[in-house]
Write a protein that binds this ligand. Structure first.
Ligand code: SF4
Length: 325
């Protein structure tokens, strides 16, 4: 007869955070929307890195992608259209101890938010920036965005988009102080997770353009890439993304790329016959804004006290003997 050994005990690490700890409200994106995969990969990263939810912030602007903070079990800020980056910078400058993530759509980032985007690249503050690129304004019902392909019919361009689409990779790679640029497709979860992880570990402004399917308004946009993996070019390098054997067999079109080579990164970003995926550029040595102001401009406690006392002196209370003018 077997008996229970009451000396046995199961040790459970109560501090370990599970995926559920990073889940917020139930996502309400359309069925099949690529944003769902980006959400899952990000929650997985938070779990694997064991990020304290109270020390993690997701910031967004307006658009379908901007629903992201609602679906995370962390802190979040769903802000104004095009203004996700200055909000995130404000968070980071005041609380450098927090891990900051930004989620923007192509309209949010490349149109109304362009000025903030350019200067945020130059300031190179430490945050992970995910640009969900579905080539359309989804939330406002199929308006042309800056990345809409020329000729594509939308509600604002019923005869087809007039202009050649903007390339967010070449724009980012052209800005002073750029430090991390990657591109990935959300329908390749293994690669998506790996690139977000590399961006997370980069110290600086990590910009990821994520090719994102919008089955509601641009259902066929990426179908040729899905049906023909040969159109994708996977960038490999030491200390970069690690391709499993399975991935290597499916995506045979690969290039050994040195992410420190800015000129080659720009050439790759301009490719039109293939779509590059992976890390195009990475430089850990670019100065970060939060470091620069911390070392050079932080006033001493004594100086701050002096400034405050001078300010308070301007509001001195009159005594009984004093007269007013
Ligand atoms: Fe996703 Fe497009 Fe639906 Fe927006 S409209 S939730 S981007 S599928």
């Amino acid at each position: 007869m077997f008996g229970l050994n009451n000396q046995c005990s199961l040790s459970v690490d109560e501090e370990y955070l599970t995926l559920e700890d990073y889940q917020g409200r139930v996502a309400r994106w359309c069925p099949g929307c690529g944003d769902n995969g980006i959400l899952i990969a990000t929650q997985k990263l938070c779990r694997d890195e064991q990020l304290p939810p109270e020390k993690t912030v997701f910031v967004s602007g307006i658009g379908c992608a901007a629903r992201f903070p609602h679906y995370m079990g962390t802190y979040g800020f769903h802000g104004l259209h095009g203004r996700a980056l200055p909000t995130a910078q404000g968070v980071k400058i005041r609380r450098p101890d927090l891990r900051v993530f930004v989620n923007m759509g192509d309209g949010d980032c490349c149109s109304i938010g362009t000025a903030h985007w350019i200067h945020a690249i130059r300031m190179n503050m430490d945050m992970v920036v995910m640009m969900h690129d579905n080539n359309i304004y989804g939330l406002t019902k199929k308006q042309a965005s800056p990345t809409t392909p020329i000729g594509f019919k939308t509600n604002t361009t019923p005869r087809g988009a007039y202009l050649k689409a903007m390339n967010p990779l070449t724009v980012t790679l052209g800005v002073t102080n750029v430090s991390f640029v990657a591109q990935v497709a959300e329908w390749i979860p293994e690669l998506l997770y790996d690139v977000i992880k590399q961006a997370f570990h980069h110290k600086g402004f990590s910009f990821i353009r994520i090719l994102q399917r919008c089955p509601h308004f641009t259902p066929d946009l990426y179908s040729s890439l899905l049906s023909d993996p040969g159109k994708l070019l996977l960038l490999r390098h030491e200390n970069g993304i690690q391709l499993s054997d399975t991935m290597g067999k499916i995506y045979k079109n690969q290039e050994e790329h040195n992410p420190a080579d800015l000129n080659r990164a720009r050439e790759i970003a301009e490719m039109t016959d293939q779509v590059p995926l992976g890390i195009l550029y990475r430089d850990e040595n670019v100065a970060r804004y939060e470091q620069a102001i911390k070392t050079e401009r932080k006033p001493s406690t004594e100086l701050r006290r002096k400034v405050l006392e001078t300010a308070f002196d301007n509001f001195g209370i009159l005594t009984n003997n004093a007269t007013t003018a």
